[in-house]
Design a protein. Structure first.
Length: 448
């Protein structure tokens, strides 16, 4: 018998604006007492929920249980910028694309496989255009360096036979209402989600067929006579097979130690402002989505619902070994967001931020997931490398395929990589990774 206590449980730093403006349509159920199941999934983010849907497709009569430490939509899956990106999105390469044409094509095929799965789920669970919008995205450039990065990214896309359109400064001004940008590169395949609504509606749709228990953190995992038992505060689940969709917390379950980088990303959402003449003059069209041409710059999105608009901005990264951030760190990041906002939208200076928050990404040095059967009957769908809306969706699907023995071309290709490589020991990792992040952010300059 092996019992593994779970070292640390997730922490939410700040309330995400997406969650604050999202509505729950189903009650919170906590696990109480003992439950037996065919499958246990731990974590109800993109990875866990996608694994559950895929399992349901493959084994519709099996009993599937999902355990979530917090509530669906409060974790990182409900607090991101909501870009489901089909083209390469490697954060450690300043123009996103790091491989040759073949690997670019392979990566796009995988991303699109995951986005198609998400699209079908969105359709099945009745998501609106405000929750799941296949509108594409623009890589916006505010500097000569950003323009060069866009050109270089455009060349990678061209070599892979991919559609893309360059926009000039006037077109960027017409879309965003801002004079800040020199140009942009539009790719049509990205889907923009309201992330908290997406995961909540996904979970609500699943909950007709499976049990999703929230506020039910797994505090230990034990294997006894071929069965796994997960203990929560008030109950337990026994199942022969378990899928971990806990992203960086997989380390707290005792796996991939010293191989995963935990990077905080920070975002703020403005208070609503009128989507009328004022909103259009200050910030252009009702909806648009900009990624920075330099991966270390600012992601900026405008959303409009009814006659109210908001801007959501994400800038700055830090590597931290702790889970809880100080209020002063969050305030400092919100100030950085304010500077970026005011530089782009001077007419919105009077519109305050209503919410500022942070969330944890999980990256590996060699940009691979922490994936596979890591113990008998225990599967990992973790380490999303910064694009979890897509990569964690894919990891969840692939973990379900692997765990059920469903062999597909996609799974074979997905498994064709080495595991995450080892990081330098602390405090060298902390020093090294934060120095690289900061230097790259400084180099990004006005893109941030
Ligand atoms: C500000 C910000 C902006 C971002 N923008 C984007 C973007 O535009 N596009 C994109 O693709 N990605 C973006 N990301 C990253 C994206 O949010 C993550 O990649 C994604 O959430 C990972 O999904 P996941 O399901 O793997 O993990 P998570 O979303 O972290 O879900 C894991 C779940 O496991 C649960 N859990 C952990 N431990 C336990 C336990 N012991 N018991 C039970 N449950 C447990 C957690 O509570 C959590 O709900 C952004 C992130 C941030 C913070």
């Amino acid at each position: 018998m092996i019992t593994r206590p779970v070292k640390r449980l997730p922490v939410e730093n700040g309330i995400s604006g997406w969650e604050a403006i999202s509505q729950r349509s189903f009650p919170v159920r906590c696990l109480e007492g003992r439950v037996n199941a065919d499958w246990l999934i731990i974590g109800a983010g993109f990875a866990g929920l996608s694994a559950a849907r895929r399992l349901l497709q493959l084994h519709p009569d099996d009993k599937i249980v999902v355990l979530e430490a917090s509530e669906v939509g409060k974790g990182t899956s409900g607090r991101n910028s909501g870009y489901m990106i089909d083209v390469p999105h490697n954060l450690s390469s300043s123009e996103y694309s790091s491989g040759g044409a073949d690997s670019t094509r392979r990566e796009m095929a995988q991303n699109r496989y995951a986005i198609e799965f998400a699209r079908r789920a969105a359709e099945a669970y009745g998501m609106s255009r405000e929750t799941f919008d296949p509108a594409g995205k623009i890589n916006a450039a505010a500097t000569a360096r950003g323009m060069k990065l866009n050109v270089s990214f455009g060349q990678s896309l061209k070599a892979a036979g991919e559609k893309h359109t360059f926009l000039d400064a006037a077109e960027m001004r017409e879309i965003t209402g801002s004079n800040y940008y020199l140009g942009g590169l539009y790719t049509p395949g990205a889907v923009l989600i309201q992330p908290a609504d997406y995961v909540r509606q996904f979970a609500a749709g699943l909950s007709h067929d499976i049990d999703v228990f929230e506020r039910s953190p797994v505090t230990s995992l034990r294997r006894d006579n071929g069965t796994w038992m997960a203990l929560t505060t008030l109950g337990s689940v026994c199942a022969p097979k378990v899928i971990l969709g806990v992203n960086g917390h997989v380390e707290d379950f005792g796996h991939f130690g010293g191989r995963l980088m935990h990077i905080f990303a920070y975002a703020s959402m403005t208070a609503p402002f009128p989507a009328d003449d004022f909103g259009h003059k200050a910030s252009g069209r009702d909806r648009w989505a900009l990624l920075p041409a330099d991966a270390m710059g600012a992601t900026v999105r405008k959303i409009t619902s009814g006659n109210q608009s908001r801007i959501v901005i994400r800038t700055r990264y830090t590597y931290d070994t702790t889970l809880t951030l100080s209020q002063s760190r969050l305030s400092k990041m919100a100030q950085a967001h304010r500077r970026s906002m005011d530089a782009r939208f001077p007419n919105l200076e009077g519109i305050p931020f209503e919410h500022s928050w942070a969330g944890r990404l999980c990256l590996s040095l060699n940009h691979v997931p922490a994936f596979g059967e890591i113990d008998e009957g225990l599967f990992s769908a973790c380490c999303e490398n910064g694009l979890g809306t897509v990569k964690s969706t894919l990891a969840g699907m692939m973990a379900a395929d692997l765990a059920t023995g469903f062999t597909s071309r996609e799974l074979k290709e997905y498994m064709n990589h080495r595991g995450p490589t080892r990081l330098p020991p602390e405090p060298f990792a902390w020093l090294g990774i934060n120095s690289v992040i900061r230097l790259q952010e400084l180099r990004a300059g006005r893109e941030g």
